[in-house]
Ligand binder design. Structure first.
Ligand code: BDP
Length: 484
């Protein structure tokens, strides 16, 4: 049973580390940092894929055909506003519990999780029809995961065929198994189970991508070596850590170790001309951390994470989310969604803690703080990243630059809880007129009141320099028109 007092206590407990970490700052903030960001327009880097901001949902979300449906107008609108060319990945733990209702062959007995909701369920054709309408309405394409754990390639082929028949060209790829590193002994065992599926799917003319593993960089590289020639893209997942270990300072400290792993995978992907997609990613696994994954800090994290990866050549990042029920079921847990509060609170409680979009079919939908961070980073879609040298002036800042046609753009992120900053951007055409958008909220732990909106102009001086204020816990996106 839901007990509101207990929730208050839990909330207070979750905020304690933050209060301790930021309590002093509000009263005695450190001196503003003087930062410099030298954009290098003559040193182009990677092209940013239009599919950069993408999403991931549990297969179990399809149990309700009203969710991914063209009639679900609010969700359609939020998808389109995030990215008119995004890619929806359907998968997660529940993909390895899904069967296809049209399959008439024999199935081995399915494991039933003791008392929990993580149990086999059958996908219905109506859900695929509705999904196809949703994709047409949003302009999105699809990556669809089939059940590897059950060990029946013939069922996977029938399901994948039905998916393709429903969605047509919008099917980008089929993936086989979700994080098989959790149930296969090693890469060789995975490959032995995976290969008959891939062969059967390809024989049916279906596009295949993978390996869709958890945190296994070596598996991805080995997979590229063995199957890269026939693959649509390479994939792995990312979560910073487990939910109990999550905190705002941890989330905002960056993840250099992971970036180095991405560079290794991108080298393997480049060697075969393959894109790399993080087909499932978010802040903290085990469903996300309340007070961290669903507050404003997650927006700064998400924007920074996307741009750091786009700079390293990652084509798309699928932020995992959906209803609390679907994600908790993926973890073998029941969802105890709170029903107290106003509509915004209730939508928030109906969604998994890390979801970029809150709500459900009954309550309607609204953006979470993370959504606005993804919108900021998505501004780089279709542009070419540029080199830049950042002197952060001692604050926790990151900065990214890109060129699109004649325009130069920069994202400046102040992830510091304590220090306001002023950033001098250089390398601009003299006198270039910049249009500024800001990502902000009252505080890093704000659940509401997050915005990413126009905020005036920033014009370069005769030396091509432009100074911008960047308050702690905020970000700016600026686009300078070279011809101005
Ligand atoms: C991933 C699973 C997904 C879970 C998520 C989590 O693929 O189904 O919902 O972890 O733990 O590993 O939040």
């Amino acid at each position: 049973m839901f007990d509101p007092r207990r929730r208050q206590l839990l909330k207070a407990a979750a905020l304690l580390p933050l209060a301790a970490a930021t309590g002093g700052f509000a009263r005695a903030a450190a001196a503003p940092a003087e930062a410099r960001f030298a954009m290098q327009p003559d040193r182009p880097g990677r092209a940013v894929s239009p599919t950069l901001a993408s999403l991931s949902y549990e297969t179990l979300q399809l149990a309700d055909p009203a969710f991914f449906s063209p009639d679900n107008r609010e969700l359609v609108r939020l998808f389109r506003a995030l990215n008119p060319q995004g890619v929806l990945r359907i998968g997660g733990n529940t993909s390895d519990y899904a069967s296809w209702s049209g399959y008439r062959g024999a199935l081995p007995p399915q494991p039933v999780h003791e008392g929990g909701p993580q149990r086999p369920f059958a996908l219905q054709p109506q859900a695929l029809e509705a999904l196809a309408g949703f994709l047409r309405a949003t302009g999105w394409t699809l990556v669809f995961g089939v059940n590897l754990k059950i060990g029946v390639p013939a069922m996977a082929v029938e399901l994948a065929r039905a998916v393709r028949q429903a969605v047509g060209d919008r099917l980008l790829a089929i993936q086989i198994g979700n994080e098989a590193n959790n149930y296969e002994a090693d890469y060789a065992a995975f490959d032995a189970a995976w290969t008959p599926y891939a062969q059967a799917l390809r024989a049916a003319g279906l596009p295949v991508a993978g390996p869709d593993t958890g945190a296994n960089t070596d598996w991805v590289i080995e997979h590229a070596r063995r199957h890269g020639d026939a693959s649509v893209f390479l994939s792995r997942h990312y979560y910073r850590d487990a939910a109990p270990k999550g905190s705002i300072p941890d989330l905002l400290s960056g993840d250099a170790g992971f970036y180095a792993e991405v560079e290794r995978i991108v080298r393997a992907a480049d060697a075969r001309g393959l894109p790399l997609r993080l087909t499932e990613a978010n802040s903290y696994y085990f469903g996300g951390r309340d007070g961290v994954s669903n507050v404003f800090a997650s927006a700064l994290w998400g924007a920074d994470f996307m741009l750091a990866l786009a700079q390293r050549g990652v084509a798309g990042i699928h932020f995992h989310g959906g209803t609390l029920r679907s994600v908790e079921a993926s973890l073998g847990r029941a969802a105890n969604a709170a029903v107290a509060g106003d509509l915004q609170d209730r939508r928030d409680a109906a969604a998994s803690r890390y979801s970029a979009i809150a709500g459900d079919v009954a309550l309607g939908f609204q953006p979470r703080p993370l959504y606005h961070g993804l919108q900021l980073a998505q501004r780089f879609a279709g542009a070419r990243m540029l080199s830049g040298r950042l002197d952060a002036g001692g604050a926790n800042l990151t900065a990214y630059a890109a060129r699109r046609g004649d325009a130069l753009q920069a994202a400046l992120l102040n992830k510091d809880a304590a220090r306001d900053a002023a950033v001098t951007v250089s390398g601009l055409p003299a006198g270039a007129a910049g249009r500024v958008m800001r990502l902000r909220a009252d505080a890093l732990d704000s659940r509401r009141g997050v915005s990413f909106a126009e905020d005036g102009t920033a014009t370069a001086d005769a030396h091509g320099r432009c100074r911008l204020a960047l308050p702690r816990g905020s970000a700016a996106w600026v686009e300078w028109n070279r011809t101005a």
